[in-house]
Design a protein around this ligand. Structure first.
Ligand code: DGY
Length: 325
């Protein structure tokens, strides 16, 4: 059984895979492989333990006839063409649940930081700009009692709503599916997307990247938001049109942003977004706690082994391929 890991991830993944007797190859470099090097690295493998940097589509899979499972070290899977995998009888697995609370913690941290200018004021001190206590300096937006609009009321959206309850926030959400248990248990209100934009003080994005959500936030949407509002994105960068966001922040159409994900990623150090004080930008680290990344690694490894051993993987997106002969 040959398994290819496309990055170094917490040690528990390699330990789990090797303890099954598998022959495991691990991409040794700090940066992810190029598409060409990826093909060389995974050639002959039956299992791929991938990350969100690896684009795995039909043209890649056609060159890899031995593959039976692609297990992504992430809950998001926009880097994988799931239909192409299903057509070829390849299972696709992901790592939900284990990262829900850690990601919601970070989304709320970005919300707090953007609203109260935490990162911006720290940088200002480090530049030697702080001379005395300032009655009019670093004024931010209140979080308590504000209205939070959640776009995508899945697991992480629900966890975000729970955190908002502690700040006495009103929570509204938009989603193509109603989440009735969240409505009854947390008192959140389902609204149309445009309504959410115009009513929210904070808009937090928790939707997967799909053809429908790509560019969901652009010039038109920013115009509908309050001038005092703050956009939080811990989902995927391309859900937001970056140029339109820069314009909206510069023109004061919205007040601030807290972004863990950007388009492009990584965002170049000289990108205009990074020169905007009211934008807090982080390097895609919402799930990056020691415990959570290890849990993700274990789940990703368990997913691979289950498929290759003919048992039911804990988290499979296309279980129909498992029952085929
Ligand atoms: C995911 O899981 O999709 C995150 O973006 C990385 O943890």
């Amino acid at each position: 059984m040959r398994i290819a890991m496309t990055r170094k991830i917490p040690a528990v993944a390699l330990e789990t895979l090797e303890s099954s007797g598998a022959d495991v190859v691990v991409w040794p470099e700090q940066l992810p492989p190029s598409p060409e090097r990826l093909l060389e690295h995974v050639e002959g493998a039956e299992g791929i333990l991938s990350t969100l940097n690896d684009k795995i589509d039909g043209s890649v899979l056609d060159k890899l006839p031995s593959v039976k499972v692609v297990s992504n070290f992430a809950v998001g899977y926009d880097n994988i063409d799931v239909d192409a995998c299903t057509q070829r009888g390849i299972a696709v697995c992901i790592t939900p649940d284990v990262l829900t609370d850690t990601t919601a913690d970070f989304a709320f941290a970005l919300l707090m930081s953007a609203a109260r200018r935490v990162s911006e004021s720290h940088q200002s001190i480090a530049r030697g700009e702080w001379k005395t206590w300032e009655p009019l300096g670093y004024l931010g937006q209140d979080v308590y009692g504000a209205t939070l609009g959640i776009v995508g009321m899945g697991r992480i959206g629900v966890a975000m709503a729970k955190r908002a309850a502690g700040f006495n926030m009103t929570v509204i959400y938009s989603d193509m599916y109603r989440n009735e248990s969240a409505e009854s248990e947390l008192g959140v209100e389902h609204v149309e997307f445009d309504d959410l934009l115009s009513r929210s003080d904070f808009v937090s994005v928790h939707t997967p990247l799909t053809p429908e959500t790509r560019g969901l936030f652009s010039t038109e949407q920013f115009k509908k938001m309050k001038p005092s509002s703050i956009l939080i994105n811990t989902a995927r960068g391309p859900v937001v049109d970056t140029d339109a966001l820069v314009e909206a922040l510069k023109s004061g159409e919205i007040w601030g942003a807290g972004l863990d994900v950007t388009d492009p990623e990584p965002i170049p150090a000289d990108h205009p977004l990074l020169s905007i004080d009211r934008a807090v930008v982080c390097p895609h680290i919402a799930s990056a706690s020691e415990v959570t990344r290890s849990r993700m690694a274990k789940l990703a490894a368990d997913n691979v082994l289950a498929v290759l051993n003919g048992t039911t993987p804990p988290r499979c997106l296309n279980p129909e391929v498992l029952t085929r002969d």
